[in-house]
Design a protein around this ligand. Sequence first.
Ligand code: SF4
Length: 321
Amino acid sequence: MKKNYKYETHPNYIVKKPKLLYIDRYGKIYPDCKTYITPPICHISDSNVLKTINDTFFGVGQTGIFNMITIEVSSLCHANCFYCFQKDQHRSEKYQYYDLLLPLLKQIKCYWLFFSGGEILIQKDAMEFMEKIRKVCPDNWIHLKTNGNADLDAILFVEQTCDSLMVSFNGFSSASYNMIMQLDIYKTIRFCETLISNRKVNVGLKFLNSPAVISEAPSFLEWALSKKAQCVVIQTAYNYIVEDEGKSTRINSTFDNCNETYWNDIYIRVSTMLNAILEKNKDNVNCGFNYLTADKELFQLLSISEENQKLIRTDGVYVIE
Ligand code: SF4
């Protein structure tokens, strides 16, 4: 499916209702991005799994192309984020379905294959599986979701196996990053900067905004834009209830119940700083790199100018290819 699409013509950027498939870490297959609003359509171990998937999306006996298939492997991770939605009772267990996944992915057509943990860069079996997928699906765009807190050895794996990756930051100072994720931010920054300067894969940089770190959003944005990442994202962090068997439910934004008298002044100052950075960089965004995405909550929380809002996608799509 890799065809060097342009921003204006890529099927995943112009489609109104993308065809999404989510294969979760327990082998359940969802017809969306696993919001749990829709129940799974089948399980990867079902005998008629491919037919069920195709019939559900394209009509009985038909086939077609998915915009994105997300594959979630084990939730094993070396971080310990406050608002992780994958901390269930099976967190340290290995993923069971690689043998079924390989032939299935080989037969389904899609533009993007998204891999997600836990943290894949500490899971040897997941990395070996992705290397196999790279060989059997050479034309698929392979994307990795990661916390990026990896040794430089992992760079070789990423460059040989992936087309793109998105690195999430739950803060942009050593103190807040360590408080929320219990990791060293300098390791993550070194990993990202090395990958970006090598220019072999497309790198997305995502800031997860929360009351503890909102004052760091401007320094994150300034850094990310200066590096000329492919994609730069600011997204509100949410709290989740995670059930023992893996089901996670979004309960509220981390900004809910923030006392207005105190927080309004902070929002105003952060807005002023973000507006100034966007204004300064307006010719340096959405132009082959630095594609900007934010969620709509950002504009409800902060006062981003109309001109600056026009620079930012809010439809949830990351321009990563
Ligand atoms: S990096 Fe991701 S998977 Fe790991 S603890 Fe944080 S939110 Fe959870």
